[in-house]
Design a binder for this molecule. Structure first.
Ligand SMILES: [Zn+2]
Length: 332
């Protein structure tokens, strides 16, 4: 998924593809339908690895809502998510319906599936999100917005079993560990994450060449010495220790977050644009012996189109992949 963040000047120059399509249509350079179709193709190219089985049409940009639209597409094209969405309890009071993010998402999905137009405006859902303090007319970090949106959906699903299913669908389970290098005593803590924040550089500040390298780097343990030593319960003093994380369970829908943005004091957010190829299928056998995670094989754009988002120094701000969504191929 491409996304933008933080820099209003740049964001104005780099308007989303669909928005640009509509502007051209207004200028009479191509028909409205052609423009929307082209925008749809571009959007689908950005989400080639998602499960596009819902037969839904696209979303118009409502002004810097391209990041939100991309996330909504990722959620609503995922049939495992929409199965959950279709089973929510519909609020009976109108004002509660307006405030319910899952209900508004369900209405939007129905619009996207039933409308005779080529795309729809997500204005009711946007109003609902604004009511929950998610502002529309700002640029968001896609990973941050994904977390905020997911938390809102989860907290508003009143059926516990459904909320659990949502958790199971997206949650990555990990085990953090700390091993004393003097006595080998190991401390463990189970934890969970919604996306894996993957580095673009290794610990020696060298560029990582592939997504697999980035995953290996993320799970590479780090030796803590000198001022970073930790208290060992067994040695009863601070000792050098090895700190790391193990992947204990992969969800059906795995979200990976490439850390392409970094922040400098007194300056704009900087983006790392260099190429980081990601595979069409991911095999976690090297990390977790009995678990595998693969993207869905039924993608409807060619993989070559998706590879255009690997990025390079000349790549347009909004065309570089940033949030990757992989689907488990074998649910068992
Ligand atoms: Zn120890």
């Amino acid at each position: 998924m491409g996304q933008g963040i933080g820099c209003p000047e740049k964001s104005r120059k780099s308007e989303p593809a669909l928005n640009q399509s509509m502007k051209k249509a207004e200028d009479g350079e191509e028909s409205r339908e052609e423009a929307v179709e082209r925008g749809d193709k571009q959007l689908r190219a950005l989400h080639g690895v998602a499960d596009l089985n819902n037969g839904a049409i696209g979303l118009y940009n409502m002004g810097l809502s391209c990041c939100l639209n991309s996330l909504l597409q990722v959620f609503l094209m995922n049939t495992h998510f929409t199965v959950i969405l279709r089973r929510i309890r519909v609020p009976t009071v109108r004002i509660e319906q307006k405030k319910s993010v899952p209900y508004q998402m369900l209405l939007l999905l129905e619009q996207m599936q039933c409308s005779k137009r080529r795309a729809v405006y997500p204005q009711e859902l946007v109003s609902c999100l604004t009511w929950h303090n998610l502002k529309l007319f700002v640029q968001y970090d896609a990973a941050q917005l994904f977390l905020s949106l997911w938390n809102l959906i989860k907290s508003q699903i009143t059926d516990e079993q459904l909320a659990d299913r949502l958790t199971m669908l997206y949650t990555i389970w990990v085990q953090e560990y700390l091993v004393c290098q003097k006595c080998s005593f190991e401390t463990r803590r189970d934890s969970n994450m919604l996306s894996l924040p993957l580095p673009m550089f290794n610990s020696c500040s060298q560029r990582l060449k592939t997504l697999e390298d980035s995953l290996r780097c993320f799970f590479q343990p780090e030796l803590l010495t000198d001022n970073n030593m930790c208290l060992c319960e067994q040695c009863e003093r601070k000792t050098p220790c090895l700190q790391g994380m193990r992947l204990t369970c992969l969800p059906h829908t795995l979200t990976l977050h490439l850390k392409r943005f970094y922040y400098k004091k007194s300056s704009w957010t900087q983006k790392i644009s260099y190429s980081l190829p990601f595979p069409q299928s991911l095999d976690f056998n090297q990390i977790l012996t009995q678990e595998q995670c693969h993207p869905d094989a039924k993608e409807k754009v060619s993989w070559d189109d998706v590879k255009c988002t690997y990025g390079n120094s000349h790549t347009h701000w909004s065309e570089t992949a940033y949030l990757l969504v992989y689907m488990r191929k074998n649910p068992q």
